[in-house]
Design a protein around this ligand. Structure first.
Ligand code: PEP
Ligand code: MN
Length: 337
């Protein structure tokens, strides 16, 4: 961290800044940067609020260079983390496709879609039993009944199951039925939920908050890792920007950025990221080319009748075609899908 000091700071005022640094266990080194005096601060555990320095009379600006090497950081763990569920691995070099409807609607709908995505080459089935809907009047999911349907899908198809936990009550149930626990965009900063999820021992798929910076997203993952759970998959699902041509702005630049900063696998959700099924294939291809470890894609057997997110769901033909395309792309990139 660098503090830029105001012009004409006296020795006494600089002493106050150094005293504050000492209190926080930071080593301070004065650098004379031309017309400005800079104070380089090293060490500390970064648990304090760097803006505290701005309350001192001679500090003009605080430049925070990093947050220190957390458990999510590549500095702490240089090798990529590989999530293993039986014979399946995520983050080990192969691209893993997670696919399924937005929500579990019925046993028939769920199983029919599961068969389509399994045949297409997906390894993990997604479908929400607890749905965080914008309107309280929209379909809210089947709850535990939905989880039971997902457990049946696993025994019938062999697909692994990922589904969302929305709060501590649903987390207990999701933990019982699912292979991977999804924490949704709206809950990315629900720190107490992240802590409880981290203690379940099950891998966690952590979606990026729709207004979260990469730093905030990684710090949310840090809450889970801090509970002793290092099996975390990060999922880029689009953020809010001024662009209104799509539902969200899928931030594919986040993939290489997060990979530089963290050892955790990163997957991409082009369905929520674009909001329109016609745009999903292009962004799915782009995500793989950008180095994503996997994709999460919404698929429905009758998208126009879906109880949620039908507009962004591929139909069976669309999904099958996309998988063909992705396999050809993977071949060119010398990766497996
Ligand atoms: C979902 O995956 O169904 C979902 C609700 O996603 P998000 O949390 O990214 O909106
Ligand atoms: Mn959805």
């Amino acid at each position: 961290m660098i503090l830029v000091l105001k012009n004409n700071c006296g020795a006494e005022e600089i002493g106050l800044v150094k005293g504050k640094a000492e209190e926080l266990n930071l080593q301070a080194e004065i650098i004379n940067g031309g017309s400005r005096t800079l104070l380089l601060l090293r060490g500390g555990d970064y648990s304090f609020d760097a803006r505290e320095f701005l309350t001192l009379p001679c500090v003009e600006r605080v430049v925070q260079l990093d947050r220190g090497a957390g458990l999510v950081s590549r500095e702490t763990t240089p090798q990529p983390t590989v999530i293993r569920i039986d014979e399946l691995s995520i983050g080990g070099g192969d691209v893993v496709v997670i696919a399924g409807p937005c929500a579990v609607e019925s046993p028939e709908q769920t199983l029919a879609i599961a068969e389509v995505v399994r045949k297409g080459g997906a390894k993990i089935f997604r479908a929400g039993a607890f749905k965080p809907r914008t309107s309280p009047y929209s379909f809210q999911g089947l709850g535990e009944q939905g989880l039971k349907i997902l457990a049946d899908v696993r025994s019938e198809t062999g697909l692994k199951i990922v589904t969302e936990a929305m709060d501590e009550a649903s987390l207990g149930l999701v933990e019982k039925y699912a292979d991977i626990i999804q924490i949704g965009s709206r809950n990315m900063q629900n720190y107490s939920l992240l802590q409880v999820a981290g203690r379940t021992g099950k891998p966690i798929l952590l979606k990026r908050g729709m207004a979260a910076t990469i730093d905030e997203w990684l710090m949310a993952a840090e809450y889970i890792l801090n509970e002793g759970q290092d099996q975390v998959i990060l999922c880029e699902r689009g953020v809010r920007t001024f662009s209104d041509h799509s539902r969200f702005t899928l931030d594919l630049g986040a993939v290489p950025a997060v990979k530089e900063l963290s050892h955790l696998p990163v997957i991409v959700d082009p369905s929520h990221g674009t909001g329109y099924r016609g745009r999903v294939p292009a962004m799915a291809r782009a995500a793989i080319a950008a180095g994503a470890d996997g994709l999460m894609i919404e698929v429905h057997n009758h998208p126009d009748e879906a109880l949620s997110d039908g507009v962004q769901s591929l139909d069976p033909v669309g999904f099958t075609n996309l998988m063909h395309e992705l396999r050809r792309l993977a071949e060119a990139l010398e990766i497996r899908i």
